[in-house]
Ligand binder design. Structure first.
Ligand SMILES: [Fe+2]
Ligand SMILES: [Fe+2]
Length: 222
């Protein structure tokens, strides 16, 4: 990594402390971005790499915000601009990086427009599924005291535990299996690049086998 990237990494290490969105996630996304970029043309790595390293800079600030108003993609692009200015990035690169960061999130309403933004979006979503996705969701489950499986009927659970802004009312009632049913399963179809769709479909197949087997083991059948 070059000196600027090392500096960004140092800043990120300080900013991220919660378990599932820590620097490990950022580095996995960085690696996936490089892999996905191999299958695309005209990728600007001076935009993609800093965007990958900075994309979740405001993640902890969002989770600590009780009002529910902070969107880490929006705040992240503002914080990234300050850092990139300090590191003497050119204005056009900063704009490209900011777009990647603001568009990396499903809920932000900003669709990725550039190839770099599409790659970052895809890499970030891929890190939520597959064996890493299983491990990450159980890390969160441990953090919030969740159960291994879901006990209630899924639709009843969703109406009872989701508030108007789409956030969970009680995180402890959630579980990796519910997250798989309502969120992870939809990921591959929402991806932009062909290679990410392939990796996503493969990762989902693995998750499906895992959760089926988990259900059988919980029921004592296997
Ligand atoms: Fe994010
Ligand atoms: Fe992320």
């Amino acid at each position: 990594m070059n000196a600027k990237y090392e500096k960004i990494k140092e800043i990120m290490e300080k900013e991220l402390s919660c378990s599932a969105h820590n620097l490990d996630h950022v580095l996995r996304v960085h690696n996936l971005c490089i892999e996905l970029a191999k299958y695309e043309r005209d990728v600007d790595f001076d935009v993609l790499i800093p965007a990958a390293l900075l994309h979740d800079i405001a993640r902890v600030k969002e989770s600590q915000d009780k009002t529910g108003e902070i969107d880490h993609a929006v705040l992240g692009s503002i914080l990234a601009e300050e850092i990139l200015n300090d590191l003497n990035y050119k204005k056009e690169k900063i704009e490209g990086i900011k777009h990647c960061i603001i568009a990396h999130r499903f809920r932000s309403g900003n669709e990725p427009q550039t190839i770099e933004a599409k790659i970052l979006f895809d890499a970030d979503k891929l890190d939520a599924i597959g064996s890493v996705g299983i491990a990450r969701s159980f890390m969160l489950a441990g953090q919030f005291g969740q159960s291994l499986s879901r006990k209630d009927e899924l639709n009843d659970y969703l109406t009872q535990n989701t508030s108007e802004n789409g956030r969970l009312k009680d995180v402890s009632k959630h579980s990796p299996m519910i997250e798989y049913e309502v969120k992870f399963k939809e990921i591959p179809e929402k991806l932009h690049t062909q290679k990410a769709k392939e990796i996503g479909t493969d990762r989902l197949k693995f998750m499906d086998e895992y959760f089926k087997r988990l259900t059988l083991e919980i029921e004592g059948i296997r």
